[in-house]
Design a protein around this ligand. Structure first.
Ligand SMILES: NC(=O)c1ccc[n+]([C@@H]2O[C@H](COP(=O)([O-])OP(=O)(O)OC[C@H]3O[C@@H](n4cnc5c(N)ncnc54)[C@H](OP(=O)(O)O)[C@@H]3O)[C@@H](O)[C@H]2O)c1
Length: 212
């Protein structure tokens, strides 16, 4: 498949691109950096800024892309422009291009405001609000074949290969396990039009994804 990864330079994006290339996909990664991120014949790179106008974003997206990942994020500094408006513009641009498959990396409980009464989330309220409405847009205002993958806290530690999905409490995730889950979603048609949360747990990633 030919896959666009928006946010290829990020911590999750880097692991995700590595896994997609290992699975023999052609990957177009986005970054605002000039340096080529991966040296692989199946990898190409575009300089994409999602704070640009929607039409400018759209012009940079090839029509023959089979699936799009959104793993970009503001890191808390420009949440409205990046995590909300930027994300929604990519959803609109992808849809207008006639691309159907869109896989969004989001955050645990993004769509469940009843779970936001938590000091950990309180500090991230504006980010949560942005992810909430971006995810709502994808579900309710687009006709895309979406999957929303809601990760708990991302941790730079060794992968376990095991996750728990849709638990009632939030938990931590090894970054590589989030990337592996995102990669597994691509080939799992049962994940279309689904939203699920994950944290490191007890079930092999492929098995957990297949159970959705
Ligand atoms: N941190 C957590 O604990 C946590 C938990 C759950 C979910 N998440 C979600 O996971 C996402 C990815 O996390 P991460 O740690 O991999 O992020 P990261 O390392 O901070 O990477 C952010 C990515 O977003 C891109 N980006 C930022 N601003 C952009 C812009 N204006 N236009 C285009 N691209 C832009 C960056 O690309 P450039 O190379 O262009 O800078 C980079 O590829 C987060 O943004 C968040 O939404 C995070």
């Amino acid at each position: 498949m030919k896959i666009l990864v928006i946010g290829a330079s990020g911590r999750v994006g880097t692991d995700l691109v590595k896994q997609l290339l290992a699975d023999n996909h052609k990957v177009i990664g986005t970054t605002r950096q000039t340096e080529q991120l991966f040296n692989d014949d199946n990898y190409a790179q575009i300089d994409l800024d999602i704070t640009a106008e929607k039409n400018a974003i759209q012009q940079q997206i090839d029509s023959d892309i089979d699936a799009v990942y959104f793993v970009a994020g503001s890191g808390g500094k420009n949440v409205l422009e990046v995590d909300l408006h930027g994300a929604v513009k990519t959803i609109q641009a992808v849809e207008d291009k006639g691309i159907q498959r869109y896989i969004m990396l989001s955050t645990v409980f993004s769509l469940d405001t009843s779970k936001w009464d938590n000091p950990a989330i309180d500090d991230l309220k504006e980010y949560y609000i942005c992810k909430h409405y971006a995810d709502q847009w994808l579900v309710n205002n687009s006709s895309l074949d979406y999957t929303i993958v809601q990760a708990g806290a991302l941790k730079e530690r060794e992968a376990t290969g095991k996750i728990t999905i849709n638990d009632s409490s939030a938990g931590e995730n090894a970054i590589e396990d989030v990337a592996t889950t995102l990669a597994a979603v691509l080939g799992a048609s049962n994940t279309t039009k689904k939203v699920f949360s994950l944290k490191n747990g007890e079930t092999a990633i492929n098995e957990a994804v297949a159970s959705l």
